[in-house]
Ligand binder design. Structure first.
Ligand SMILES: [Zn+2]
Length: 93
């Protein structure tokens, strides 16, 4: 059985200029805290944004422990963002 929630891509995006890092392993994002954007120098990731993302990953782990997906499971693709305003989920279908 597949996971109920699958993370397909994870990266860091600059809130200021829109720069997007190459794919990263979500739990390794800590290395980007307070690092400057390579394009504009703006802070790429605050500690608060990082903690929001880690909290989301924790919830994903719990959901995946409780629920599994199969070929009949309805799939929905969303983009989850953790920024200065908090955590947001956008529908991309
Ligand atoms: Zn930037």
């Amino acid at each position: 059985m597949a996971k109920a929630i699958k993370i397909e891509e994870s990266n860091i995006k600059c809130d200021h200029c829109g720069y997007k890092s190459p794919r990263i392993i979500p739990r390794q994002a800590k290395r980007y805290i307070n690092k400057p954007c390579p394009v504009c120098g703006h802070n790429l990731l605050t500690r608060r944004e990082y903690l929001g993302a880690i909290g989301f990953l924790f919830i994903v782990d719990i959901v995946n422990l409780l629920f599994k997906a199969d070929e009949n499971t309805y799939c929905k693709k969303v983009v989850v963002t953790s920024d200065k305003s908090g955590l947001s989920i956008k529908d991309v279908d």
